[in-house]
Design a protein around this ligand. Structure first.
Ligand code: FES
Ligand SMILES: [Fe+2]
Length: 429
């Protein structure tokens, strides 16, 4: 459990809060590079409770500024995207990505008013298929953030995204909780012999097989400069007396998790606070070796229930929500076809996380051994926020050199009693 005070520290990300200050010290995902067309429509982005617009100028340069025009508050999502910046429709003021008002055409000639007007403008950069922004103090901007997929073209990457109607920490705690996969995801993850997790591509519903039916994994946590990683240790179905089945998941501060993917793939998830009661969820899958064909791409989106226009609207609001009990099909549960009655692994996660309410009351929890990584996550990020607020301590991962591009998870068998870290070693060539 957490006290009400600690829960507030964990969940609140406004500019005046400790977690909000911490979050603002990192590059954070703003949107996808493909969302921004040179000279095209500015994209409305709400991030850490701030209403912003992201845009790509006709010359290709990127901007991330306040949505509200500094003159009288008209949305710059409506603005004309011109060479000199975003031109507000109301009185023609032009705001550029450097935070300057470039023109105030309705003011008398010679007016110097524009020199005095301030609005928020944040550094922004492309990293592979993503656009990242930095909302912290200009003199403390960290080095550019790139992950393993960042040097890959869009053809090699799938990004699924959805808006979750709850706090960011509630969402990321799902991926730091290995045990739930044996229950919530028992429709999509089946125990089966074999060596490691695989994807069954013949089935219509995304189904992954796992060489274990052990529903009470032992967790071990290891602190790391970027956050921590944890191993979930399970008895395998084959040779349980001599082998242990290991899955290693990384928590990468502040909002990322990297976890095992089927062979040939790598994957990570991002949980970006829109505000304290909404989170933008990104599920990134990539293949280093080959482009991903259209069929596979469509199959992933369908099976995960992440199709814009079908499973969610253009703003990534899902059709499954509290009002319709997340489209749960009770008949499929009574007939034995489904454990959860909810179609898709991610949609199952959304349902349980949102069902707790916008910000769960962690004072009423009863945490057990299976929650070890969740406990560690809270400790890590709350400590970082408090230490930053109290003594200006460097945020997790930023005080030292972390090679974010090299971070990866691992999964496989080790002999009983052997070090689980063996599964993270690169395979011999
Ligand atoms: S409100 Fe934007 S120029 Fe007047
Ligand atoms: Fe899950």
């Amino acid at each position: 459990m957490l006290t009400a005070d600690k829960n507030e520290t964990l969940c609140r990300t406004g500019a005046s809060t400790p977690m909000g200050q911490l979050m603002r010290r990192y590059w954070l995902p703003v949107c996808l590079a493909a969302d921004l067309v040179a000279g095209g429509a500015p994209k409305r982005v709400r991030l850490l409770g701030e209403n912003l617009v992201a845009f790509r100028s006709p010359d290709g340069s990127l901007g991330l500024i306040d949505e509200a025009c500094p003159h009288r508050g008209v949305s710059l999502a409506l603005a004309r995207n011109e060479e000199c910046g975003l031109r507000c429709l109301y009185h023609g003021w032009v705001m550029n990505g450097d935070g300057q008002v470039a023109e105030t055409p309705a003011e008398p000639e010679g007016s110097r008013m524009k020199e005095r007007v301030k609005f928020a403008a944040y550094p922004v950069r492309e990293s592979g298929v993503f656009v990242f922004g930095y909302m912290g103090p200009p003199d403390l901007q960290p080095p550019p953030l790139d992950f393993d997929f960042s040097d890959l073209p869009a053809s090699h990457v799938i990004v699924m995204r959805s808006r979750e109607e709850c706090n960011w920490a509630q969402c990321i705690e799902g991926v730091l909780d290995s045990a739930h996969s044996n229950y919530l995801h028992s429709d999509g993850i089946k125990p089966k012999g074999g060596l490691s997790i695989t994807e069954d591509t013949d089935l219509k519903v995304a189904q992954f097989t796992r060489p274990s039916n052990d529903g009470a994994p032992r967790l071990e946590v290891e602190q790391q400069p970027y956050g921590f990683r944890y191993a979930a240790l399970r008895r395998p179905m084959k040779n349980p007396e001599s082998n242990t089945y290991v899955r290693v998941t990384l928590y990468v501060a502040p909002v990322y998790s990297i976890f095992p993917a089927p062979k040939g793939w790598a994957s990570m998830q991002m949980f970006v606070p829109i505000d304290d009661e909404h989170t933008m969820f990104y599920y990134v899958l990539w293949k280093r070796e080959a482009p991903i064909d259209e069929d596979t791409r469509e199959r992933y989106l369908e099976q995960h229930g992440m199709r814009v226009g079908l499973d969610m609207d253009e703003q990534f609001r899902k059709i499954g929500k509290r009002d319709n009990n997340w489209m749960q099909d009770r008949e499929s549960m009574t007939s034995g076809r489904s454990f959860s009655g909810i179609y898709g692994i991610n949609t199952e996660d959304f349902a349980v996380q949102e069902s707790m309410g916008p910000i769960v009351n962690r004072a009423r929890e009863h945490l057990g051994a299976s929650d070890l990584a969740v406990i560690h996550f809270r400790r890590t990020i709350i400590d970082a926020a408090e230490k930053l607020a109290r003594e200006g301590a460097a945020p997790v991962g930023l005080g030292q050199q972390v090679d974010y591009k090299a971070l990866s998870s691992g999964e496989g068998m080790v002999p009983v009693g052997a070090d689980w870290r063996l599964v993270c070693e690169p395979e011999p060539a």
